[in-house]
Design a protein around this ligand. Structure first.
Ligand code: GLP
Length: 259
């Protein structure tokens, strides 16, 4: 795993957005995996700025979101559909037909989840996947105990995740308890993965996932198996890493190799 440590959330967002923008320039029909939550907001703001200021073109890009709450219709203000529309889609020239967010209402979740996997496959697979990380180390909504071979499916959220996400809802009892999420194996299939974490609340999950044993108890640890995963951290999220000095050292050496 490549570990990039920046001084602030703003700086890590700019660094990660530059890599996404470069990927879109190199491959205009990129298949981009997207995440919700506060972590990717800085990237989305920068991508919108690049679209407006430099004409970064999303017209051929296809997107697939990681997850969605079960029980929320796409037009619910707290749905991940609404989140993506508000924070990214409405501000760039991505085609509505090429954006995919799982739908949280279905008569048959099993077959719906299989069809979501099939759509990813039909699009040629995900080229670049953005990820945040939960305090319990989850990626997507792959809570502790999720099989590292899991595919898109229904998951029951943990009490901690429900509590963490309650800040977006008026009342705690409104927070959904179930979600549809890409599985860990779905995420590992992406050709490239960028994970973002900031703030001291994420420090334990970051340390366990990057430097602990690969375990379904910290599903982000599965990224240790990925051949092209980069983790963008601010100093607070990085502070529990044992190899912190080494990661800084690598960053300084990389500057010499690629001036
Ligand atoms: C939710 C999302 C995850 C996200 C996590 C962390 O659980 N399903 O994809 O990574 O929240 O969110 P935040 O970035 O707001 O800390």
């Amino acid at each position: 795993m490549r570990v990039v440590i920046k001084d602030s959330y703003q700086q890590l967002s700019l660094a990660a957005a530059a890599e996404v923008a470069q990927a879109v320039r190199i491959k205009p029909n990129l298949v981009l995996g997207l995440a919700t939550g506060s972590s990717p907001l800085g990237i989305y703001q920068e991508l919108i700025r690049l679209h407006r200021a430099e004409g970064l073109d999303f017209s051929q890009v296809t997107t697939f979101n990681l997850d969605e709450y079960v029980g929320l219709a796409p037009d619910h203000p707290q749905s991940y559909h609404a989140f993506m529309h508000e924070h990214l889609f409405q501000h760039i020239n991505v085609s509505g037909e090429r954006t995919h967010v799982p739908v949280g209402i279905s008569d048959d979740f099993g077959s719906y989840c299989r069809s979501y996997e099939q759509q990813i496959c039909d699009a040629g697979g995900i080229d670049l996947q953005l990820l945040g990380i939960g305090r319990d180390g989850h990626i997507g909504f792959n809570e502790p105990g999720s099989s590292l071979g899991s595919r898109t499916r229904l998951k029951t959220l943990t009490a901690q995740t429900i509590e963490d996400n309650s800040r977006f809802f008026d009342r705690p009892d409104e927070v959904p308890r179930f979600a549809i999420t890409m599985g860990v194996a779905t995420i590992l299939d992406a050709r490239r993965v960028l994970l973002l974490a900031s703030g001291k609340k994420k420090a334990k999950a970051v340390a366990r996932s990057l430097e602990g044993p690969i375990s379904s108890m910290w599903t982000a640890s599965a990224l240790q198996l990925h051949a092209d995963a980069t983790v963008f951290l601010d100093r607070k999220a990085a502070r529990k890493l044992k190899q912190l000095e080494y990661y800084h050292w690598i960053q300084r050496q990389a500057g010499d190799i690629c001036p």
